[in-house]
Write a protein that binds this ligand. Structure first.
Ligand code: S6P
Ligand code: ZN
Length: 190
């Protein structure tokens, strides 16, 4: 049996997004310094330091051919007029693709090529998003309840957070007069 890993099934709770026996990661606002455009609003909200998202991951060794999966529970909220979002990343092995499946709540995915060409894909329960090789991806909660989704990705994909941490995405997702608006990131050109 040395060659063969043991198959398993795990339970995902659709209401809470929790996967049993998964590794839990918590991202609070304080983990996201520099990610939001409105620095004053960020500093003000830091006094409460809310949890922005939780990730429940079942991960394998970083080997080619294997698969990881994880749910993300992205909480509702805004920093200034910019919706709560994940950090966003390229894959360390940049040509690795990924699939997302939306389970609960309302939001979308911002994707971007290394040249800064951006796309917005709205997501609601039942939406499956294909993340092609080389595209950075970030999810955004545009609703009033937790936005929950499942992601499936190659075990050797890894994460490259540095590029996005430095420059962000070329677009930001904000609320204007009650509408969800995708607009140019004022900091992108700097
Ligand atoms: C992993 C996958 C997701 C994210 C999660 C948190 O490849 O894309 O599980 O890790 O949504 O986002 P981030 O950008 O902080 O990793
Ligand atoms: Zn990814």
């Amino acid at each position: 049996m040395g060659l063969y890993k043991e198959p398993f099934g795990v339970k995902l709770d659709f209401e809470s997004g929790v996967i049993e026996n998964a590794k839990k990661l918590v991202r609070k606002l304080s983990d996201m310094k520099g990610y939001y455009v409105d620095v004053e609003a960020y500093e003000a909200l830091l006094k409460e330091n809310p949890v922005v998202y939780e990730v429940y991951a079942i991960e394998q060794e970083e080997k080619d051919g294997d698969l990881n999966f994880a749910t993300t529970v992205l909480h509702p909220g805004k920093v200034g007029n910019e919706f709560f979002m994940t950090k966003g990343h390229y894959h360390a092995k940049a040509d690795r693709a990924e699939v997302y499946f939306a389970l609960k709540g309302k939001g979308g995915m911002l994707l971007q090529t290394p040249e800064g060409e951006a796309r917005w894909v709205p997501m609601e329960p039942g939406t499956i998003v294909y993340v092609p090789p080389y595209w950075a991806h970030r999810t955004v909660n545009t609703g009033h309840e937790p936005f929950i989704f499942l992601a499936l990705y190659p075990a050797d994909a890894g994460h490259d957070y540095g590029t996005i941490k430095e420059k962000g995405f070329s677009k930001i997702v904000v609320e204007k007069d009650g509408e969800v608006v995708i607009e140019d990131n004022p900091r992108w050109a700097e």
